[in-house]
Design a protein around this ligand. Structure first.
Ligand code: 8OZ
Length: 360
């Protein structure tokens, strides 16, 4: 069932993937009108269904969890119905797709929050980063610290969103624990100075991510649950004084839960792989199920890493934007098309569904 090449099947939880190439989550900001993915999203994802697994763009679990204009949600019936078109289209092409569950925490703006409320965070520390809102870039808003008694509600929002994802036809979900969003803000001490059970020690800072993973795994099955982490990425203004101890502990906890995979952003998100010293092999050793490696992989690096046993699956992000047939192009060593940065975020079909496959 499971082959040793990038282009042979791989067993992930209960699923058999056609190959080891994963489409990484990519924010595209095309879900206006109720944050519902439309027909164009179904076409876009179906065009990329030859990936062994697609991980959807990050999708907010609640309005509070939204941080950018026109990103999709998974908390209303209309959103579930919109996503159903996507999953049907991908499955119709023989693909597999997980939904990425997202709460941005402090990376948000009052204009995206209900009644102009402050975004929520582990601690009232504003992120040094910008978001896209009101058709332009703006500094994120000053957040407020979550009260201890609000935390079960956040865990429950993730749980409900996972159930909604399954009812929308997804094969599973990926919990977004990376890139400076809420769960990563809790894990890293630059953004978390809490003095309760969710701050301070490595164990306490891991608590929310592990509680969310446990709730989601209980709701839809550990075999359908993955978690994305970015131990040393400074993306969205996060920093950690002890990333190795922190993420070794988190991965131990995820291993104990038996989740299907960890998806690891190695280095700085979208940037250098050697941004900070970190032993990713330690995470690999601690985790019995699949390790998805991400960040700056090309065919050569993925092939070498697979041969060395460093990872099971390889997630490609930006290359999938302009190359819907990326798997075929990698397999045949065909040239890759380049994306147009002007059409990355927002807009319609241009720069979204109009990148052709070779010969297509
Ligand atoms: C780029 C722009 C907006 C959001 C991430 C969800 O980095 C994102 C994101 C990336 O995980």
């Amino acid at each position: 069932m499971t082959g040793n090449s990038l282009f042979e099947p791989f067993k992930l939880g209960e699923l058999t993937l056609a190959n080891r190439v994963v489409m990484a989550p990519l924010t595209r900001n095309r879900a206006g009108n109720g944050f519902v993915p439309g027909d164009l999203a179904a076409e876009y994802y179906a065009q990329r269904a030859s990936a062994g697994l697609i991980v959807s763009e990050a999708t907010q679990i609640s309005q509070q969890g939204q941080g950018y204009q026109d990103t999709p949600g998974i908390y209303s019936q209309a959103q579930i119905d919109g996503w159903r078109k996507v999953t049907d289209a991908v499955h119709g092409k023989g693909g597999r797709i997980f939904l990425q569950l997202w709460h941005v925490g402090r990376v948000s703006h009052v204009d995206l929050q209900e009644n102009g409320a402050a975004p929520v965070a582990p601690s009232a520390i504003r992120a040094e980063t910008q978001t896209f809102v009101n058709n332009g870039f703006a500094d994120v808003s000053e957040p407020r610290a979550l009260e201890l008694n609000e935390i079960p509600g956040i865990v429950n929002d993730f749980r409900k969103a996972a159930a909604n994802a399954v009812s929308a036809g997804f094969d599973g979900v990926e919990i977004h624990g990376a890139n400076g969003y809420l769960l990563d803000q809790f894990a890293k001490d630059g953004s978390n100075v809490r003095t309760d059970a969710y701050g301070g020690s490595v164990e306490n800072r891991s608590r929310l991510m592990l509680e969310v993973a446990a709730a989601v795994a209980e709701e839809i099955g550990a075999g359908r649950t993955g978690v994305r982490i970015s131990p040393v990425s400074p993306f969205n203004g996060v920093s950690s004084s002890d990333p190795q101890a922190q993420f070794d502990h988190i991965v131990d906890g995820l291993d104990a839960l038996g989740v299907a995979y960890i998806h690891v952003v190695e280095g700085a998100t979208g940037g250098p792989r050697d941004a900070a010293p970190f032993d990713f092999g330690s995470l690999r050793k601690r985790f019995r199920n699949a390790y998805i490696a991400n960040n700056g992989y090309d065919l050569e690096l993925a092939t070498r890493s697979l041969g060395e046993g460093k990872a099971d699956l390889f997630a490609f992000g930006r290359p999938f934007i302009a190359n819907p047939d990326l798997v075929d192009r990698l397999k045949t060593n065909a040239p890759l098309a380049h994306l147009n940065p002007a059409t990355l975020y927002g807009g319609g079909a241009a720069g979204y569904t109009d990148y052709p496959a070779i010969g297509g």
